[in-house]
Design a protein. Structure first.
Length: 402
C-alpha cells in the first residue's frame, strides 16, 4: 500500500516512520532542506527515537517536494501541516490543510484524505462540502514533541472521525494501519463523527493546559506564603483521582499545541456559556506575570528598592520543554518581554541560536561566560549543567520533568 504524508514536522515524521515499516510512504514538504535530510536518513526534528529508526530500520520511505507525484497511487494521504492560531481572525489558519486537500483530491479522487493537523470543531465536515468529496477522515494525534514516534509506537488510544457513516470501512482500515504498525497491543480504538474527534483533540489539550495552570497557581500561592510546594503536591498526588503526573510547576504552559488549542476551543465556545475555558488562558498569563515579578523582586528591581543600574538576568534556554529544539510560544519568551519592559538587562544562553541578539537581548554562546556575567539565572526547566550555578538559580521546576 502506498501512503503519502504531507508535512515533515514532528507529527508527519512520526506518521511516516511508523507506516514505512510495512508500507510504501512518500513524505512531502515544501522545505527542500527537510526533504534532503530525510532522504539522507537524518531526522529534521529533534526526536531521539526517530533518529534511531532512520538509521536502524528497513523503511520504504522517500521524501519529495513534489506533492502531485506523491498523491498519485496513494490509498491514504495524511495531512500533517501546521495550523497556527491567527489572533486577528480568532481562528486556526487552516489554509495549508485546505490547499493540500484540494490538490490531493484533484490528483487522486479515490484517495482517502486523513487530517492529523489540529483543526476547529466542524472543520472536516465543512471541508468535505467545500472541496466536493466525502473521502476525508479526521484522526487526532496525541503526540509529545521530541517523543512523537515513541507515542505513535505506544499510543494511549486511536480515535478516527468520519464526516458520515459511509466512510466507516475506510476508518477501520486506517485505524488498523496505525495499530498494526505500533508496538503496543490492545490499543483502545474509537470511531466517531469527525466533529466529535475534533472536539476530543481540543478538549484533551485544554484539560492538560488546565492541569498545568492549576499546579502553577498552587505554586504561586506556595511561593507567596513561603510554603513548600513539593510537600503539598506530593501529598495531593496520593489521591488516585488526582495522581502524581503532569503536576510539575513551570513558568506557564507554552509550545506549539496548548496555547493555540485552548484559544481555538474558547473561540468555538463563542455561543456557549463558559468560565473555565477562558479562565485557563487568563491563569496562564497571570502566572507569567507572577514569575516575572518574582524575578524582579530577587534583584531589587521594579519595587521600592529599585537600583539605578539593572543587574544581568541570565535566561537559560528558550525551549518550551526539555529535549526540544523548539521555542515557539515558549512561556519563557513572555517572561523575557515582561522583564525587558521593567528595564532589566537580559542575557540569553541558547545553543540553538547562532545570532548575537534575540528579542533585543544579547545571546551569550559560552555557558561559562553566561554564568559569570549573570547576576541571577532563570530556567523554566532544570538541567544538570545548572548545578554549578545553583546559588544564582531561579526555577520553579520541582521534579525535573515536563
Amino acid at each position: 500500500m502506498k501512503i503519502a504524508v504531507v508535512g515533515i514536522g514532528y507529527v508527519g515524521l512520526a506518521n511516516a516512520l511508523l507506516l514505512a515499516q510495512r508500507h510504501t510512504v512518500a513524505a512531502v514538504d515544501c522545505s527542500q532542506d527537510k526533504v534532503d535530510m530525510l532522504n539522507r536518513r537524518v531526522s529534521p526534528v529533534a526526536d531521539e527515537e526517530a533518529s534511531k529508526y532512520l538509521v536502524g530500520r528497513e523503511l520504504d520511505l522517500s521524501a519529495t517536494t513534489d506533492g502531485r507525484s506523491a498523491y498519485q497511487g496513494a490509498e491514504f494521504v495524511i495531512i500533517a501541516t501546521p495550523t497556527d492560531y491567527d489572533p486577528v481572525k480568532n481562528h486556526f489558519d487552516t489554509a495549508n490543510v485546505e490547499a493540500v486537500a484540494q490538490e490531493a483530491a484533484k490528483v487522486n479522487p479515490a484517495a482517502v484524505l486523513v487530517i492529523r493537523s489540529t483543526v476547529p470543531i466542524g472543520y472536516t465536515a465543512a471541508l468535505c462540502k467545500k472541496i466536493g468529496t466525502g473521502n476525508v477522515l479526521f484522526v487526532p494525534e496525541f503526540l509529545r514533541e521530541g517523543r512523537a514516534l515513541l507515542d505513535e509506537l505506544y499510543p494511549s488510544r486511536i480515535v478516527v472521525g468520519m464526516p458520515d457513516s459511509r466512510l466507516v470501512e475506510q476508518a477501520r482500515v486506517f485505524a488498523e494501519l496505525l495499530s498494526s504498525s505500533a508496538l503496543k497491543e490492545n490499543i483502545p480504538t474509537l470511531l466517531m463523527t469527525s466533529s466529535e474527534a475534533e472536539a476530543v483533540k481540543l478538549f484533551a489539550n485544554t484539560y492538560l493546559a488546565m492541569r498545568v495552570a492549576f499546579f502553577n497557581e498552587l505554586d504561586s500561592y506556595a511561593e507567596t506564603y513561603q510554603l513548600d510546594a513539593r510537600q503539598i503536591i506530593d501529598a495531593m498526588g496520593y489521591d488516585v483521582r488526582i495522581g502524581n503526573f503532569y503536576n510539575n510547576p513551570s513558568f506557564g504552559y507554552g509550545g506549539y499545541c496548548l496555547p493555540k488549542d485552548t484559544k481555538q476551543l474558547l473561540a468555538d465556545f463563542q455561543n456557549v456559556p463558559n468560565n473555565l475555558i477562558s479562565g485557563i488562558i487568563e491563569s496562564n498569563s497571570a502566572r507569567k506575570a507572577f514569575i516575572a515579578q518574582s524575578i524582579l523582586r530577587r534583584i531589587n528591581l521594579g519595587g521600592e528598592k529599585s537600583t539605578d543600574k539593572p543587574q544581568n538576568i541570565g535566561v537559560y534556554r528558550l525551549t518550551m520543554k526539555s529535549g526540544s529544539d523548539n521555542f515557539r510560544q515558549s512561556s519563557i519568551l513572555e517572561v523575557v518581554e515582561r522583564l525587558k519592559e521593567k528595564g532589566s538587562n537580559v542575557l540569553i544562553y541558547e545553543p540553538n541560536l547562532d545570532e548575537g541578539t534575540f528579542l533585543g537581548c544579547a545571546v551569550v554562546h559560552s555557558f561559562q561566560d553566561f554564568a559569570a556575567e549573570s547576576h541571577i539565572i532563570i530556567a523554566n526547566r532544570y538541567s544538570p549543567e545548572l548545578e554549578q550555578v545553583k546559588h544564582k538559580l531561579y526555577t520553579r521546576d520541582i521534579y525535573g520533568k515536563d
